[in-house]
Each structure stands twice: as C-alpha cells, then as structure tokens.
Ligand binder design. Structure first.
Ligand SMILES: [Zn+2]
Length: 335
C-alpha cells in the first residue's frame, strides 16, 4: 500500500502555520512534540499547537519501545529536528499507531517522507519499518539558517539518484523489475537539484524550495516503489562502508563520493557529477576531509560486500582489491 503525505508546506515561517495545517488535516486534540532539546523550535511548536514536548534520550529500540506508551494519551505526534529526531518520531508513531507530522529543521537527506526509520539496536544502526508522515512542513528560514553543510549534503543525496537509477537499469538487463516512471521521478529530483545548484548554494528562497521538493520527490519514488531501489545503489553501499569504518563525513557527503566512483565505473559523465558536487561545496578530495586515503580505499573494497539490500549494482561487475580501489580513487581524483 502506498501512503503519501496529504499536505506539503515549504515556505518562510511555516512554523507559524503548523497549527492551522494540523486543523485542516483534521488532526485535533493534543499532540506530542518529539524534539531535540538543543533546538528551540520544538518548544515554539508546542506553544502554537498546545502540545507537550518529549526529548528521547537515546535512539535505542528497547528504550523507544518503552517510551511509546507515553504517546498513548496524545492525539498525534509532531517530529521536530534533524534526521535522528525525525527517525525517532517516525518510529514512535509506528509503535503507538499515531499519525505524525514531519517538521525537519535541516534538509540533509531524502528520508523525510520515507517509511523507514534508522534506529539503533544495542548500538548498531538498523533500518526498520515505520510510518510515513501525514504532512510535512518545511520552514525555509530555519533551513537557510542551519549550517550550510547540511543543505549541501541533502542536495548531494538527491544527485546520487543518478547512479542508483543506473544501477537499477543495469539490474533490469539481468531481469530485475524496473519501473521507468518511478526511475524518471527519482532522476527528476536529481535534475532539479543539478539545474539549481547556484540557488541552492546561495540559499535563495527558490533554491531551498527546489531542494525541499526534490528530497520529498526522491523519498516518494522510494515509497511508491516500495523499496529504496530508486534512490540507493552502489554509491549508498560506499557510504554505508565508510560509516562502518568510522567516517566523520555525513551521509550526503559520503554518497557524493560514492556517486563520483559509481558514475566512473558505469562509464557515465563522472566529471560533470563531480563538478556539481564541487559547486555545491561538497569535499571531493581527501585533502579537504577529516578521513584519510586508507579509509577511502578500505571502504571501496568493502562496498560490494556490505550490501544492505540484495540488489545488483555496478560493483558486481568488478573485482576491487586495495590496489584497484586506489587506482579508481586516483582516476577520479578523490585521492
Ligand atoms: Zn541517501
């Protein structure tokens, strides 16, 4: 079953309109705001909507299962914060059976509308079934004032759809089911970001608006298709590998590096993709990162076997040992 958000609001001061938006959607009664205590936005939304706030202390599955009972007396949930807080709100909504509204304060990846939540189980990150939001409100002023690194990472996560769709298309040559329409929806998001890089970089209203919709459409492509296939391929495997090795880069930055490598291996125009990332201000050379050459090499060796999802990617065509990984990373001038 495909579940889509009933309302999307992307505008300056969207925070002030969240109460009216909830009423329009028939979300009456007292909400519970799940928020990051370090941000004032949760308290502001609680004041506007007459909600109570709750700041989970950890994203551990067992802890959240206990916490979900606290949501019982409330009518619905509003998730306010970055990726981790949004994932906790998503998971608590799923456990308590409540509808939830998504209010992201950064746009760093395309998980805002996804039905999956990244939760930890005894310290290990796992992806679990959760629930899509009934509505999304993005306050472009809040996004603009957040550190630019998150905006660039969010844009990069969408651009990475270029290589994930190509991996999917290659899989279809081997008999995998492929939806041209969903693939085009995923690519449309990437193209919108690529053609608005300057506005995104300058954080203009239209730039933030385009990024917001691109992330939502990328997430919708996954929700409609019922898996992350349209927006997660070899580049995401590389990102997961880096994460496992203790990378200090954030998701979108890791995916950007993965996309440069994947488009190179796919014989696509990797130079153009790299220039898009460069223009966005994403670090694309090891000298500009906190992680070293050795971790990048190890991650590329590991990427093929780390697959979170059993799906064909361009990495299946290559045998990549350390020497070959070093050569590839050198060829695309990441090292
Ligand atoms: Zn991603």
């Amino acid at each position: 079953m495909v579940s889509l958000p009933q309302k999307v609001l992307i505008e300056p001061n969207a925070i002030e309109k969240i109460g009216d938006m909830c009423k329009e959607l028939g979300l009456n009664g007292k909400p519970l705001v799940i928020c990051d205590p370090a941000l004032e936005f949760g308290e502001t939304i609680a004041r506007i909507t007459g909600a109570e706030t709750l700041s989970p202390e950890s994203s551990e599955m067992a802890y959240l299962k206990n916490l979900s009972e606290k949501a019982g007396p409330f009518s619905f949930i509003i998730g306010v914060g970055g990726g981790r807080t949004i994932d906790m709100a998503k998971y608590l909504s799923y456990l308590s059976g409540k509808k939830w509204v998504c209010f992201p304060t950064i746009l760093s990846h395309d998980g805002v509308v996804s039905s999956r939540a990244a939760i930890t189980d005894n310290g290990a990150k796992i992806s679990l079934d959760a629930k899509e939001p009934v509505a999304i409100a993005i306050d472009s002023e809040i996004i603009r004032n957040a550190p630019y690194r998150y905006i660039a990472a969010g844009a990069a996560d969408v651009v990475s759809n270029v290589s994930s769709v190509e991996d999917w298309r290659l899989g279809s040559e081997l008999g995998e089911k492929y939806s041209t329409v969903v693939a085009e929806l995923s690519l449309l998001s990437a193209k919108a970001v690529i053609s608005h890089v300057k506005e995104i970089r300058e954080r203009t209203e239209h730039g933030i608006y385009t990024l917001g919709w691109s992330l939502i459409c990328s997430g919708l492509a996954m929700n409609i298709y019922g898996s992350s296939r349209p927006a997660s391929g070899s580049e995401h495997n590389f990102s997961h590998a880096l994460e496992k090795l203790g990378s200090t880069l954030i998701h979108g930055e890791q995916c950007a590096l993965g996309t440069i490598i994947s488009t190179y291996l796919q014989n696509k125009d990797w130079r153009k993709i790299k220039s898009v990332f460069h223009e966005l201000g994403i670090p694309t050379h090891v000298n500009d990162m906190d992680i070293g050459e050795s971790m990048l090499i190890d991650a590329l060796v590991l990427a093929k076997s780390i697959r979170v999802h059993p799906r064909y990617t361009i990495l299946d065509r290559y045998h990549i040992n350390r020497a070959r990984a070093k050569e590839i990373l050198g060829n695309v001038r990441i090292i």
